[in-house]
Design a protein around this ligand. Structure first.
Ligand SMILES: [Zn+2]
Length: 323
């Protein structure tokens, strides 16, 4: 028997549903080796009691957690990292070099995220963001390798979704902890054809060309599975990588095709993404009612539209030499 929000995967990996937003939206992973453990992604501040509950359930002393590893600083992945570190006396925080400053001093991160969700929305969704003291932070540049009690974890710089993103390769299970870099794959959309996947173009650092390149670098490790944050372990890596590339291309095309700007432009891009995803899901053999499908997609589509808007504006400025 396992906790109802945990799924045990092979090679001593536990997928934890953090409970953020709804069931099966946001995962954190516990990786074990010998007596030691690490968390990869943390959910938000509100999710920390659940992560600690998982340690209790498996009888893992808090002092046996060596590392907390947020894949990037978006708060559904890293928001709980500071509070979790406060509860884990021996842990080091492993952070992307671009992420580390924001976890040590989260003020800009809070301001930036409040701009997307609004002040009240921020509190309700993310609670607090607890700073991590600098001496507990280890920066992991591209190629960095960590040994979790002899289990090597290799860090790959992964721009595309965000420039402060790394993916973590676990040779033992031949899988990547991919954060958002292998897209979003909701279990509700699984059919006899397998998993359905799409890109998340969250503001402000979506970069399609960087993302295609990152995918090549991930695939060079010949992974057999991907542990995505939204949500769970997916296999059929080659097919899903093709579909993710298609999704990145399709969304960036939508951004360039929609002529209207501002609020109207974002609404039009969102509608085009809905149409494309609904059509894709029908072809995938998904028969959920349309209203339910739209609800499952709504937050991602809204964030995607904001991110595409920021991206096309950045592109326009670069092409006209504006700053
Ligand atoms: Zn993200």
């Amino acid at each position: 028997m396992t906790l109802k929000y945990c799924t045990e995967l092979p090679e001593q990996i536990v997928c934890i549903d953090t409970g953020y937003g709804r069931d099966q939206l946001d995962a954190a992973y516990l990786v074990r080796a010998g007596e030691r453990a690490a968390f990869i992604d943390t959910g938000t501040y509100h999710c920390v009691p659940r992560l600690l509950g998982v340690l209790d359930y498996y009888g893992i002393p808090r002092a046996h957690v060596d590392y907390v590893i947020p894949t990037h600083v978006h708060l559904d992945h890293a928001g709980g990292a500071g509070e979790l570190m406060r509860q884990l006396p021996q842990a080091r925080l492993i952070a992307h070099p671009r992420a580390a400053p924001h976890l040590i001093d989260p003020s800009r991160l809070i301001a930036g995220t409040s701009a997307v969700y609004g002040e009240a929305g921020f509190r309700q969704r993310f609670g607090e963001v607890v700073p991590v003291s600098a001496e507990r932070v280890i920066e992991a540049p591209d190629g960095f390798t960590l040994e979790l009690d002899g289990r090597p974890l290799v860090f790959v710089d992964s721009p595309g979704h965000a420039r402060h993103h790394f993916c973590v390769y676990d040779a033992r299970s031949r899988g990547f902890f991919a954060g958002d870099t292998f897209g979003v794959s909701f279990r509700e959309f699984d059919t006899e054809k397998g998993a359905f996947i799409f890109a998340t173009t969250t503001p402000p650092q979506f970069d399609p060309d960087a993302w295609y390149h990152t995918l090549e670098r991930l695939l060079a490790h010949a992974p057999q599975r991907m542990y995505v944050t939204h949500f769970g372990c997916v296999e059929e890596v080659a097919r899903l990588a093709d579909e993710l590339r298609r999704s990145i291309r399709e969304f960036s095309d939508i951004a360039l095709e929609v002529a209207s700007v501002g609020e109207a432009g974002r609404a039009r891009m969102a509608e085009r993404m809905f149409e494309s995803l609904l059509q894709g899901l029908r072809a995938h053999g998904c028969h959920l009612p349309q209203a339910q499908t739209r609800e499952l997609l709504r937050l991602d589509v809204e964030l995607n539209a904001q991110g595409l808007d920021v991206w096309r504006e950045r592109r326009r400025k670069a092409s006209t030499g504006e700053r």
